[in-house]
Design a protein around this ligand. Structure first.
Ligand code: ADP
Ligand code: ZN
Ligand code: MG
Length: 480
């Protein structure tokens, strides 16, 4: 029998508020340990938490962007458990009445749109961090940093509508894209501002009844999530093929070894005893509040993509990549305030820029070249100073040195060669040194045109004006 996977994701996103969820402490990442704390977020007895209205705003924004119903009244609840980085002994979360319910997002898989339903989005607070790093502690010792205690989170819970590790990847990328467009979370999996637990089960293809699911934790990259799901789906298939039953359990992904191993079972015995937090009033959201947020909603990824296609006449693929992250799309449009050739800017961003950043392993957001300088590079192509392939070399030097494009072209002698006589001489040379290819070409193998084109461009070290090369080469090859 063939089995198929069923996946539901629980995604935690840290909200980019200035202060924490229930106190005035800074919510910024990376401060010195235990310096962003107060009696409230350290969980001292008798203190009173007060809800951060901005955090509610942000969660409502996410709810609207993902087609959720916004609850008129939602309740903060205590989720009780002991953990050293949770000094109160409970986490403030939402349980029976989440802020947002019954939404959906759409992902594109195999050129088709697929709806992934959201069960809920609720507000909660983060816990602190245990530190085991050798630079701080001896073996068997643990330090606690409470800076993260009380940082606001939204938890986004999907229905089990995801059918493959690839879909899980696309869904999570899309959520991250929305969070970033809304500017409510920076979406950094590596730093933990976005975290994902994956629930997965298998069932015979085409049947309805869901199988017993396991939960995967501890994945801190998109790649890790895909790999962990592949591993776990295979593990479950093997169990069932051997006549066994999948056990309900939580597994920890071990990226270094590419395996998922069960957590110690005593950490699994959850009995959270949720109850409404008596210190916090219900969150009442009236239509005015929702309308106020709707009026200030930024353009979302799918709308922006559609607009780029219309406004700049870009192909679907280009608009897709350009809007993949908000900062990338912003860069593109900022360039177009300096220069009007959208097609060329897009080609160069998707080509030269991404290739160079990839080769140098530089994150786009940390790239030093500003849109204005990039527009100057494009300008050099438009006025025929350089060609598109040299542009990559120039861009690389711009990233390295921070110098403007024109200065680099001058200094490195990268200007395009448009001198007909010079190009003609190069071509004659190439034809002479490749008599066999020349014969074949003239005998009808015209595909070899590309070969000659390449040879000439190479001989000019990429600097010849390709249009001129093409014209002269055609003439030379076809007249004999
Ligand atoms: P649980 O009771 O196991 O915590 P929930 O109903 O609270 O399950 O759902 C938690 C997450 O697990 C959701 O994202 C949901 O889509 C997913 N999920 C629930 N059942 C299954 C299943 N049988 N297979 C895969 N995922 C599931
Ligand atoms: Zn505090
Ligand atoms: Mg649950």
């Amino acid at each position: 029998m063939d089995y198929e996977a069923v996946i539901g994701l629980e995604v935690h996103a840290q909200l980019l508020t200035d202060s924490k969820a229930f106190c005035k402490c800074s919510a910024r990442f990376g401060g010195e340990q235990n310096q962003q704390v107060c009696p409230i977020c350290m969980g001292m007895p008798g203190v009173l938490p007060v809800m951060n209205a901005k955090a509610v705003d942000f969660a409502i924004k996410m709810g609207i962007a993902t087609n959720c119903e916004i609850s008129a009244r939602s309740i903060m609840a205590r989720k009780n458990y002991f953990y050293p980085d949770l000094p109160k002994g409970y986490q403030i979360s939402q349980y029976e009445e989440p802020l947002c319910k019954n939404g959906f997002v759409e992902i594109k898989i195999d050129d088709q749109m697929k709806k992934i339903r959201l069960n809920r989005i609720h507000l909660e607070e983060d816990a602190g961090k245990s530190i085991h790093a050798e630079e701080y502690v001896d073996a068997n010792e643990t330090l606690i940093d409470l800076n993260r205690c009380g940082v606001p989170l939204v938890e986004i819970v999907s229905e089990p509508d995801i059918s493959s590790p690839r879909e899980a990847y696309l869904y999570l990328s899309h959520l991250r894209q929305i969070l970033q467009y809304l500017e409510i979370c920076d979406g950094n999996l590596e730093e933990g501002s976005l975290r994902c637990d994956a629930n997965v089960s298998i069932k015979p293809v085409g049947t309805k009844k869901l199988g017993v699911s396991t939960e995967l934790k501890n994945m801190n990259s998109f790649h890790g999530i895909e790999k962990a799901l592949e591993f776990e789906i295979n593990r479950q298939k093997k169990i069932v093929a051997a006549g066994g039953n999948v056990q309900k359990q939580t597994l920890l992904w071990d990226a270094a070894n590419g395996i998922a191993a069960p957590m110690r079972s005593k950490e699994l015995a959850h009995d959270y005893r949720y109850f409404p937090d008596p210190d916090l009033v219900p969150i009442d959201v009236d239509q005015n509040w929702i309308d106020r947020i709707k009026a200030r909603m930024p353009e979302l990824p799918s709308a922006r993509k559609a607009r780029l296609i219309n406004q700049y006449n870009l192909p679907d693929y280009a608009a897709d990549v350009l809007t993949g992250s908000k900062t990338f799309a912003d860069f593109f449009e900022e360039c177009l305030t300096h220069i009007s050739n959208a097609k060329l800017v897009s080609n160069l961003m998707l080509g030269a820029m991404l290739r160079v950043l990839n080769e140098k392993k530089i994150d786009f957001n940390r790239m030093p070249v500003q849109p204005k300088n990039f527009a100057q590079l494009v300008e050099l192509i438009i006025n025929n100073t350089i060609n598109e392939s040299i542009a990559k070399t120039v861009f690389e030097k711009m990233v390295d040195s921070g110098q403007p494009a024109a200065a680099i072209v001058q200094e490195s002698g990268l200007s395009q060669v448009s001198d007909n006589a010079h190009i003609e001489a190069l071509i004659c040379d190439i034809l002479e040194t490749n008599p066999a290819e020349l014969k074949k070409y003239r005998a009808g193998k015209t595909k070899l045109f590309g070969f000659f084109m390449g040879q000439v461009m190479k001989a000019s070290r990429g600097k010849a004006n390709p249009k001129i090369v093409e014209d002269i080469l055609k003439r030379k090859l076809d007249t004999f």
